[in-house]
Structures are given as C-alpha cells and as structure tokens.
Design a protein around this ligand. Structure first.
Ligand SMILES: *Cc1c(COP(=O)(O)O)cnc(C)c1O
Length: 417
C-alpha cells in the first residue's frame, strides 16, 4: 500500500489557496532520507552526497539539503548559477557534464567546483577555457560492455555516450598530473533506478579495483570515488525499497577488502543521488476534470505530460491515489490522461482504481525527482507551481505557476498581452 504524505483533508485546504495542478514536496521526508544516507556512509569520514540538481532544481529544496550537509551536482550553466545562489561554494559543487560548452567550464572553475571530465579531449578544452587545470580533478569512467549483477544485464555502458575507457583514464591522469593536478577522483554512473541493493556495492568493487590499479600505474593521489546516482525507489506498490543502511555496509565491505589493503584508506566516497533523495518525497496533485467513455474509460486531468513527462517518455509507472478514496475498492479500469494532443499523454493505462468522480483530487506518487524539472511547454501548456509541505504542517509556495506572460516572454507579442 503506497500512502500519500498528505491527507485528503489537508489537500483541500492547500487547494483552497493553490489551485491544481501542482507539485508538492515533503520537508520531513527529505530530511529523513538525507539523514538515512549520511548514517549509512558514516564509516567513511570524507563521505559527501552531491544532490543531482537536475532532479529537483528548486532553491528551497537545495537549501534543505544544504542544511543536512549535502553538496550539489550540477551539469549546466543555470544549475551552477542556482547552486551559487543557494550558497554552495567550492568543493560543495560537483560539475558533471558532457559535450560541455567552454563558458560552463569557465564558470565551474571560477566557483572552485570539482570538475568531472567526461572525455580525455576535455583536458585541453578545460585548460583553454579556464586558463588552468584545477588542483582537484575528476574523470568519468565507462567500462564498455554490459554492466551485469549476477549475470543480469543492468545497462549497457558500451552504448552510453559518457566517460572514458580504462586506458584513457590512465593516460588522462598522467596528463593531468603533468599539468599540475594533485588530487584525483573517479566517477561512474552505470545503471539507473536500481532496486535490490547490490548496484552500489558491485559498482564500488569495480571502481575500487580500478582506483588501486590507477594509483599504481600513475602514482597520483586518488582522493575520492564518486558512485554517482542510480539508487532507485519503489515506484510500484510491490517494489521493495532499497535498504540504504545495507547498501552502505555493502560499499564498506568492498572498501575494506580492496582500498584499505592498497593503502588507500583515506579515499572519500561521494554520491550524486537525485531520485533516491527526492523521488518519494514529491507528489503531483491534479483534479479530475473530464470523464469519457468510448472504447475505453478515460479520466482527463488538469495536469498533463508537460507537468510529468516520465510516463510518456519511458512508459514509467507512477502510482495513483484518489484522495479520500484510499480505502475504496479499486474496481474500475481507467486510462488517466492529460490534455496534450499526443496519445502518449497518459499518466496511467489500464489502471484499476476506485470509481473517480469529476472534481476528485488525483495524487501521482514519486514525482519529487525528474518530475517538475523535465517539464516542458508543448501545446503551450504552462509549468505548474511547486509547494513545500513544511515539517510544522504549513505549506509554502516555492515556485509560482507560469502565466501566459512567462510563455510569451521570449517573443515580441506587443499589443496581444
Ligand atoms: C542524473 C544524474 C544523477 C542522478 O541520478 P538519479 O538516477 O536521480 O540518482 C547523478 N549524476 C549524474 C552525472 C547524472 O547525470
């Protein structure tokens, strides 16, 4: 049973002030998640979570995470600007991008961020763009082939555009060292939204072995290993949530088996979790505005794929609760749709739900990461507001809804608006 973090009653008083659709985030849940992650890696003194800003780029959220001791992982100019505006500085910022514009490397270097190079050719590119190679530098690894856990293919790095080969990493470290770099990191992101708890420990094994090899080959000081994102969340009611404490212990076991004996016990572990941190701590709340019966039963919402793209883009499952009907039997078969002129604008297909009436509030679960932020303006649809449910139960508007003026802001439509 997936339970929303707001009750039907709470929702009605929120909606009286802020009309649907909106995204709402749960401060209490965000803090608890951050604390559980930090506790799981407490054994590693240098541990740091760099929250993937792209998942939920809102200053109110970033400030909560900052208070909990997190840094940020940025991948673009505006994400860097947002991090700076929220008070993140220097090594509290990771910059992990690819096909990076020179201007963004320059800006990241000015902020003193830890720069994660996606390719060996970026060494000269960064040096040119920023004027020098920073003392601390990171390189992204791509092992190629298929990434498997117990013979099960998790993903296929051979087809991924990211990172460098093992041999390129060795060469990159030597070149960076010759150009003055002193502290090195390795980064890899090999599988997304993983459940079962083994992804980080298996990845750590791969990364730690390589770090020991790289240190031997190049003699550089490896200061950190960035396991990046990829720890998943239970989108479906039958999914088992990841046990982050067990994941932390799994990484610790690899650390003790591989890095400590290699004399590399000072290596810091970094993570860049987005989905795990915020996913379950956000809902998209909409209202049922239409029902239609043709060859199937449809419920039309006042939200659409422009507010939550994952179902249309990936066929992703997002659990639905009809507020106030939590205990009603799910005995109706519906497609729950948005208003875009695209047939993939469906939040759910063939979903058993309680009978929905016009005006019912529809809660889409697990939209706190890669939800609002993937929004777009197709069909001239406007981005919704974002709200924050504070720990004391109050609700704060942390981003207003877009208006037509926002939509037209990049055009000259004088006289029309
Ligand atoms: C997207 C991304 C993340 C976050 O991934 P999650 O699946 O949300 O954990 C972290 N690091 C990088 C470089 C990314 O591109």
């Amino acid at each position: 049973m997936k339970k929303p973090f707001v009750t039907a009653k709470q929702l009605e008083s929120i909606i009286a002030q802020y009309p649907t659709p909106f995204h709402i985030y749960d401060e209490k849940g965000i803090r608890a998640t951050a604390r559980s992650l930090l506790a799981a890696f407490k054994w590693n003194p240098g541990f740091k979570e760099y929250f993937a800003v792209k998942a939920t780029p809102n200053p109110a959220i970033l400030k909560i995470l900052k208070q909990e001791g997190c840094g940020v992982d940025c991948s673009s100019l505006t994400e860097l600007m947002l991090a700076e505006a929220c008070g993140f500085e220097g090594h509290e910022i990771m910059f992990s991008s690819n096909a990076t514009p020179a201007e963004e490397y320059r800006y990241a270097a000015q902020l003193g961020a830890i720069i994660n190079l996606d390719d060996i050719t970026h060494i000269d590119f960064l040096e040119q763009a920023a004027g020098a190679i920073p003392q601390t530098i990171c390189c992204r690894y791509n092992p190629g082939g298929d990434f498997t856990i117990h013979n099960q293919i998790m993903d296929s790095p051979k087809d991924a555009k990211y990172g460098m080969t093992r041999e390129q990493l060795r060469e990159a470290f030597l070149r960076l060292k010759a150009k003055g770099a002193e502290h090195f990191g390795i980064h890899a992101f090999l599988a997304s939204n993983t459940l079962g708890g083994e992804y980080y420990p298996v990845l750590a094994g791969v990364m730690f072995e390589m770090a020991a090899w790289l240190q031997q080959e190049t003699g550089v000081h490896i200061a950190f290993i960035n396991l990046s994102g990829g720890v998943g969340i239970p989108y479906k009611p039958e999914d088992k949530p990841n046990d982050i404490a067990a994941i932390g212990r799994g990484v610790e076991a690899q650390f003790k088996a591989i890095l400590a004996p290699a004399g590399m016990g000072d290596v810091a572990i970094f993570t860049e979790l987005g989905r795990f941190m915020l996913g379950p701590n956000g809902h998209l709340v909409a209202t049922a505005v239409h029902e239609k019966h043709i060859y199937k039963e449809y419920i039309g919402l006042d939200a659409c794929a422009a507010n939550l793209m994952r179902p249309a883009m990936y066929g992703a499952y997002h659990h639905i609760t009809v507020a106030g009907k939590e205990d009603a039997p799910a005995d109706q078969l519906y497609d729950v749709t948005g208003s875009l002129c695209e047939n993939n604008d469906k939040f759910a297909i063939d979903r058993m739900l309680p009978k929905i009436d016009i005006g019912d509030r529809i809660i889409l679960h697990d939209t706190g990461a890669h939800g609002f932020s993937m929004g777009y303006n197709y069909n001239g649809r406007l981005r919704s507001a974002e709200l924050l449910l504070r720990e004391d139960g109050s609700v704060e508007l942390i981003r207003r809804a877009e208006t037509p003026e926002d939509y037209f802001a990049t055009l000259d439509v004088t006289g029309i608006i």
